[in-house]
Design a protein around this ligand. Structure first.
Ligand code: MTE
Ligand code: MO
Length: 368
């Protein structure tokens, strides 16, 4: 048995209360994993992820929001502060965009030592059609004052993290907030947002890791100073250790995932495939431009996969690969490259919070 190396150590300000470990999964990780479900990878067969299969993250509790009294306030460094009801937001020009969301912690569970948080194994993804109104037009109506530098988004959910009691809050720069595809979204896949996905209104920021897309949005504050909230300044940083200020986590790193082929064993989930021709398939996406190449490796030999069309400008792209499965033990892997030339690493890019681990996925398969 492994010696458990976790120690309650780092104090105020730390994003995670425990040091990374190679020990067994903790009860707290299990508790987080049950509340924050992943998308079963076979659901990559759908262009749009059915809402009930989309991954889910809430740092704390799903807040109770009464739509009749709910208001979105837009204030701070603006000429004309606004208070909007959900009907007023729904009456504004409407846009629907398919968008692939991914949690920045996706792949954390593959790291060694494992940062102690949600132990995702690749399933913190989903692609939904989001409907809402452009954030930029609302900000224009409020009128940004010349000293505005950032826009801070706050949710109705509250909790404690790193010993700070806080409402969930993240920021965008003014330039990022004015991108026409940044939405104040009130529908997912053609239906009003479900409670767990941010009812009645959430921010959706295409191309960015999910933490940016603030759910249960209640306030938008335009500020003249860089925002130093916990989820911005402490959490969601690429750090090497607890004392490293690190770099902020931002756009989604390029990744391809494969639908695990054949049939699984119940407990180990090891895959079993019959010999003969089989089509391997999956999806690939990046927050830094279109995926332009996907390769598949069988036992370490890489070859080109065939790319399908992307699901809109901000959605994942399908890929497929014909494999002639021969009896025995094999390892399958897939790897994407995006328009900016970013390629997935063969070794996991370890960091203290376990962010942005886009290492290539490897799937052991028994052909028999
Ligand atoms: N208010 C609020 N917004 C939030 C969060 C949260 O805990 N509170 N979690 C964020 C994180 S970390 C992710 S990955 C996405 C997940 O969105 P989803 O649950 O709709 O998939 O929501 C983001 N928005
Ligand atoms: Mo996340």
């Amino acid at each position: 048995m492994h010696a458990q190396t976790t120690t309650a150590s780092v104090g105020v300000g730390a994003a995670h209360p425990l040091e990374p470990t190679d020990g067994p999964l903790l009860p707290e990780e299990l508790q987080l994993a049950f509340r924050n479900r992943g998308m079963p990878l076979e659901a990559m067969r759908y262009d749009l992820t059915p809402t009930g299969l989309h991954y889910l993250v809430a740092h704390w509790d799903i807040p109770q929001v009464a739509p009749a009294t709910w208001r979105l306030s837009i204030g701070g460094r603006v000429r004309e502060p606004l208070e909007l009801t959900i009907d007023e937001i729904r009456a504004r020009p409407r846009r629907t965009i398919p968008i692939t969301l991914e949690c920045a912690g996706n792949g954390r569970g593959w790291l060694s030592p494992r940062p102690v948080s949600l132990p995702w194994l690749g399933e913190a993804i989903g692609t939904a059609e989001w409907t809402g109104t452009a954030l930029g037009a609302v900000l224009e109506e409020a009128g940004l004052l010349p000293d505005a530098v950032e826009v801070v988004f706050r949710g109705a959910d509250r909790g404690i993290q790193g010993e700070d009691e806080q409402a969930y809050a993240r920021r965008l720069t003014v330039a990022e907030a004015m991108c026409p595809e940044v939405l104040l979204a009130y529908e997912m896949n053609g239906h009003p947002l479900e409670p767990q996905h941010g009812f009645p209104l959430r921010l959706i920021v295409p191309g960015w890791y999910g933490m940016t897309s603030v759910k249960w949005l209640t306030s938008i504050e335009v500020v003249a100073e860089p925002f130093g909230g916990f989820q911005q300044a402490v959490a969601y940083r690429y750090q090497q250790d607890a004392d490293d200020p690190g770099e902020p986590v931002a756009r989604i790193r390029v990744r391809a995932l494969m639908i695990p082929p054949g049939i699984p064993d119940f407990f180990s989930r090891r895959r079993f495939v019959a010999p003969g021709p089989i089509e391997l398939s999956g999806r690939a996406w990046s927050g830094n431009g279109l995926v332009e190449r996907v390769e598949v490796a069988v036992d370490g030999r890489w070859a080109e996969a065939i790319l399908g069309s992307p699901v809109g400008a901000f959605g994942w792209r399908s890929w497929s690969f014909d494999w002639e499965a021969t009896p025995g033990e094999h390892e399958l892997a897939c790897r994407a490259t995006d328009a900016a030339g970013n390629e997935q690493p063969l070794e996991a890019p370890w960091n203290y919070q376990g962010m942005g681990n886009n290492v290539v996925q490897r799937i052991p398969v028994t052909v028999r």
